[in-house]
Design a protein around this ligand. Sequence first.
Ligand code: CA
Length: 468
Amino acid sequence: MKDKRPNILFIMSDDHASHAMSCYGSRINETPNLDRISEDGVRFDNCFCTNSICTPSRATILTGTYNHINNVTTLASRMDNQLQTFPKLLRQSGYQTAIVGKWHLGQGPEHEPTGFDFWRVLPGQGLYHNPIMIDKDGKREHKGYVTDVITDMSLNWLKERDKSKPFCLLCHHKAPHRHWEPDEKHAHMYDDIDIPEPPTFNDDYSNRASAAEAAAMRVDRDMNERDLKMPVPEGLTKEQEKSWKYQRYIKDYLRVVASIDDNVGRLLDYLDEEDLTEDTLVIYTSDQGFFLGDHGWYDKRFMYEESLRMPFIVRYPREIEPGTINKDMVLNLDFAPLFLDLAEVDIPDDMQGRSFRKILQGDTPDNWRTSMYYRYWMHKAHHNVYAHYGIRTMDYKLIYYYSDALSQPGAVDETYEPEWELFDLNKDPYELNSVYDDPAYAHIVKELKDEMHQLQSDVGDERYEKDK
Ligand code: CA
């Protein structure tokens, strides 16, 4: 008898913020093919990552555990490929599994992909043009543009798969990761227009802990010629130069996103042509969010909204009402349990996330989470973002910058005085004004600290606060 469990097409890009997707109300671009997924499925508005950086988020997605459990705390960490992951469990249960594209969890016998019938991945970050890719037979260059190449390989694998089994395909794009190099087709998109600047573009970092001011990821100051692809024109005022750099940055970012959108369309067309749409769960997400000039920044890492929030749209006609918008809090930790649940595989007790299949069906469990624990470990590396942890509830966000490397791989061993921030997200959605020291919020601070410590203890992490 044919296995009737759903196919899973898990498309994930790298650093694609939801505010650059038209289905999330983008002010700066259109993504018609991504919108097909949300129009025929559900858009999650509060999907968050538990550590906003590439390698750790990928480890959490595969294992369903926090980074202090899977030991992939920073970009310099590599994942032990003997860990339990959802592709392994799906494969053991009869799924045909594959990953094509970005892996970024290490190379060699102890770190290369395991649990896949087929894998072909980029080494490290990979290249935009003529990418080298690694598979079980070794390394080889592939001619073309990386997003097209990854999609071509994904389509080939789908065409050649064993059709008697359900499939789980991880199509993981390099794009739109820095340095945002577009293909020829999109190289001149947006040439004749100005992209609007975000409302917080000229943030002065006042009324917050010192971390925001200290971060070295400013569009005006920290972008280099490789990012901008040409020297800054002479004779511009400071303000004009900042705007010029933003246009250079954001146009390339959006051009790279346009190629993803086209290629997602090709995959969706294939499912339609092969009559697989009804039977296939299609997800589009990204490993974390990104600052698109918000707060004057690029990059991620902070627990602030733009980087914490992951796009997450999913289509599955058998169980999801088309055009649904959901505000429940789901985490990258929950993806593995969701896939296992849909595949009717027991969810191991040591996975720390929770399946949200009921939420997809429009039936949120009464005891669903209303707060989440976050932790960024890679103190100061690359962009001088201080190590921090915190809690986000539906209304507030409390952040503790413990500002210490704690011997984590790649973190910079310089320690600063810890600091706190509290944001009232309803009154201050852009997080411009910490109210941590405002006496009117003293009771909120107390409640949030208690709840954060509870979450921390529930997930088995340690606290480092010096001011108890
Ligand atoms: Ca990333």
